[in-house]
Design a protein around this ligand. Structure first.
Ligand SMILES: [Zn+2]
Length: 323
């Protein structure tokens, strides 16, 4: 888990518990993303798993808040080396399990005979407050964020396509299109764009995380801008250097084949200045002229020198002279 994920989750786990509708929506997301149901003659349990102690406390508080129940919290030590411990928050007892499933929209009671309908309730998320809470729960349950210094990546892992689609629909309702792919039998819903991740953090009310994320984004943005400017500047310098190089070639050719004294005084002056100051800019050459010239006059005269050199060169070639 990235340090940024941990930071955002710790912040979300402290989010105040408010309306019961939202608490239920958040709990429902936990159940969809990380919930398990144990139903045997002896045991009836809802189990919600998490790697994070603060998230385990959050689930505990949500269950208490919604159902006035005290769930069991167990720490499950993983056998394999390097695997993190898991926390398992459990709601137990046949009646309780069925009530919770029913309240969260996973079951409906058939009147009479203790029969239930398995039914994933589609309503319950029509209010914006509840949709926010649902996304908060989904992120706490199985979401992660890359450290923004590295790259922009948000993902939420769902155990099946139906729940992945449910997360995607809610994201979409907030104007956040996402994509998904399969990884080891799970469905990974993800968002890659910095701007959208920022919006996601705003929606789930991770304000501290949002500030940190935006800080990094601004610094990165400024750095990119500077890089672009530097590249642009380098391109300009290269262009100037190439132009000066071509001018020097022309002048040397004229010097050799014609002699500078044959040139009109205005061109001769610029030719000499260029030879003496191979790296000077047009502006600098203009200032060095006596009397000083404008940049565009210097440019014009250098072009005339280039044209002249080209003509001399072509003549010489026609006359079979070696260059
Ligand atoms: Zn609500």
């Amino acid at each position: 888990m990235s340090s940024f994920t941990r930071r955002v989750k710790e912040e979300l786990a402290r989010h105040p518990l408010t309306a019961p509708c939202c608490a239920r929506a958040e709990l429902r997301a936990f159940l969809e993303m990380r919930g398990e149901l144990v139903l045997s003659a002896k045991l009836q349990r809802i189990i919600m798993l998490t790697e994070n102690a603060s998230t385990a406390r959050r689930i505990f508080s949500l269950v208490k808040h919604c159902f006035a129940l005290t769930p069991q919290v167990l720490s499950v030590r993983k056998r394999r080396l390097y695997q993190r411990n898991l926390f398992s928050v459990q709601i137990y007892g046949r009646e309780t399990v069925f009530t919770v499933l029913q309240e969260l929209g996973f079951l409906t009671v058939e009147p009479g005979e203790g029969r239930y309908l398995l039914w994933q309730r589609k309503n319950g998320l029509e209010k914006t407050c509840c949709r926010r809470a649902y996304l908060r729960g989904a992120f706490l349950a199985s979401g992660s964020l890359s450290n923004p210094e590295r790259d922009y990546h948000l993902e939420i892992i769902a155990p099946c396509e139906a729940y992945a689609r449910s997360v995607m629909e809610v994201l979409f309702a907030f104007g956040l299109p996402s994509r998904f792919f399969q990884r080891k039998g799970s469905q990974v819903v993800y968002i890659k764009e910095g701007e959208k991740i920022s919006e996601f953090l705003r929606i789930i009310a991770a304000h501290g995380g949002l500030l940190k994320f935006e800080d990094v984004r601004v610094v990165k943005g400024v750095r990119n801008k500077i890089n672009r400017l530097v590249n642009c500047e380098t391109a300009n310098l290269t262009r100037t250097a190439l132009a000066a190089h071509a001018q020097l070639d022309s002048i040397r050719l004229l010097l050799e084949l014609v002699g500078l004294e044959q040139l009109p005084p205005s061109l001769r002056e610029i030719a000499l200045l260029r030879l003496q100051h191979p790296e000077a800019t047009l502006r600098e050459l203009a200032d060095l002229a006596d009397p000083p010239l404008t940049k565009s006059t210097v440019n014009h005269r250098l072009r005339r020198l280039n044209a002249l050199a080209l003509r001399v060169k072509n003549n010489a070639r026609r006359n079979g002279e070696r260059l």
